[in-house]
Design a protein around this ligand. Structure first.
Ligand SMILES: Cc1cc2nc3c(=O)[nH]c(=O)nc-3n(C[C@H](O)[C@H](O)[C@H](O)COP(=O)(O)O)c2cc1C
Length: 167
């Protein structure tokens, strides 16, 4: 296991557009002692109710959604470029069908009883504040056409960032 240090949130300088949108992250949650992880490239970081929060958007079909719904915590792990192929893998296969972490040669670490990926270099530990499904009526026609032809809609999860780890 690698050693991670907690980081004061005020001391980090990151570009969330690049980090989430271009480098991508891995969302991990636990259910009944099992873990599942998937790649995300849509999300955000900001402030809500005076709390530092992270937001992710997860389609109905994702196995990880079952884990997010069962747990009150989740993590988002970010990686060096050398793990790009692992993120592609976590974003291409489903934990319903195989042991994805083994397939991607990644391992689980834990902080505050929340699972995250040990090979990462920067981790957001989040306490779920709420989740809300984004319905057909919410979505502009252009994006319905571009992203939802199959009716696989997203749920938005907003989590308070309760710990921020780096190594
Ligand atoms: C670069 C990349 C970004 C992705 N971003 C998201 C995302 O933000 N939300 C989402 O629902 N799926 C996203 N996916 C798709 C899931 O990661 C993918 O369907 C994954 O296999 C789901 O795994 P699971 O069934 O084990 O949860 C992305 C995939 C890739 C490759």
């Amino acid at each position: 296991m690698h050693t991670f240090q907690p980081f004061p949130i005020g001391s980090i300088e990151i570009n969330p557009f690049k980090l989430i949108g271009q480098q991508w992250g891995a969302v991990t949650a636990e259910k009944d002692g099992k873990y599942n992880t998937m790649t995300v490239s849509w999300g955000g970081m900001g402030v809500l109710w005076n709390k530092n929060v992270a937001t992710i958007y997860i389609r109905e079909s994702r196995y990880t959604k079952e884990f997010l719904d069962a747990s009150d915590k989740f993590s988002i792990t970010f990686f060096d470029d050398k793990y790009r192929s692992s993120l592609k893998y976590l974003g291409a296969v489903s934990g319903r069908n195989e042991d994805k972490l083994a397939g991607a040669r990644l391992h689980i670490n834990q902080d505050m009883n929340v699972p995250f990926i040990d090979e990462g270099n920067f981790v957001l530990i989040c306490k779920k504040l709420f989740s809300v499904p984004i319905t057909k009526e919410d979505i502009p026609d252009k994006f319905l056409e571009d992203f939802y032809k199959d009716g696989d809609y997203h749920t938005m999860y907003v989590g308070e960032i309760v710990d921020l780890l780096a190594r």
